[in-house]
Write a protein that binds this ligand. Sequence first.
Ligand SMILES: Nc1nc2c(ncn2[C@@H]2O[C@H](COP(=O)(O)OP(=O)(O)OP(=O)(O)O)[C@@H](O)[C@H]2O)c(=O)[nH]1
Ligand SMILES: [Mg+2]
Length: 327
Amino acid sequence: VRTGQLEDLIQRARAGEPRAVARLVSIVEDSSADVRPMMRLLTATGGVPARSARVIGLTGPPGAGKSTTTAALIAEWRAGGQRVGVLAVDPSSPFSGGALLGDRIRMQDHATDPGVFIRSMASRGHLGGIAATTPQAVRVLESAGFDVVLIETVGVGQSEIEVASTADTVVVLLAPGMGDGIQAAKAGILEIGDVYVVNKADRDGADSTTRELRQMLSMGPRRAEDDWTPAILRTVATDGAGVHEFVDVLDRHHDWLSASGELEKRRVRRAAAEVEALVLADLRDRMGSPSAHGDLARVSEEVARGQLDPFSAADLVVSALTGQPGG
Ligand SMILES: Nc1nc2c(ncn2[C@@H]2O[C@H](COP(=O)(O)OP(=O)(O)OP(=O)(O)O)[C@@H](O)[C@H]2O)c(=O)[nH]1
Ligand SMILES: [Mg+2]
């Protein structure tokens, strides 16, 4: 794609043309060479403003009802006239589409609404991994004028924490009867949530899951008086019960973020993580070059023979990679 075509795409995306938005998100997802000029253009033309979109991360165990909840949230936001972008990020799969087909089916009510953009993304193996690609996709949606961007990701492993922390507001969604749901969700998840949702409240065990959750959260670090206290809600995503209250809590959290200055802090922190991921990806990339391999082979022999210590060897390789003195 030439610069002129990129500019044209960006303009059409801003005008709300779904196909142009889809093209731009694909450029991010494919880590194509166009991603650099695109990000430059988006920034230069004020396309990534002081961030007008609210970014909400939704994570939780497989099958807890994240996609059903997302579909219910979309309905609420659309009723309020907001444009909604959804990124369903599958951290475990190098392929997009297949594994998340269920999501498309669940959200298909919204598939023909031009005010809704839904994309399943797989990011493993991409430049900078999830930590870099997700925020870039968010930037595209923001510059295309979406009011809310929701990132859904399965809570397995460490990656969901990475993805969730791309968001302004992090929602952890649990369901009863998932085999010690909260234990399984690990302590890590109990530290990242601004809002906790016990979905499938129509099922047995919702009470005890809520109780267990409240107890575990109360054991967390003491909070300052004006700090946000994580909210706990119950929903039945399949029939919409509790979803209205959920939207209210998300609004309250957004207000708190803005008023407390936390919004700005989180965004700077996120930008730092995004840039760091790109730096590391760049170094890893350079490490793959023949000359870096040559350097590595040379110093490795010296390290193996006891002629060079491994730290000095690493410094030599790093300085060759970056053209700067390492260490
Ligand atoms: N009874 C009941 N079933 C629900 C509720 N919410 C979702 N489900 C069902 O639970 C199943 C999983 O829902 P999904 O929305 O796909 O869950 P998910 O968390 O997105 O799943 P993954 O993306 O695969 O991790 C579906 O069969 C839903 O219909 C609920 O509140 N009550
Ligand atoms: Mg899902």
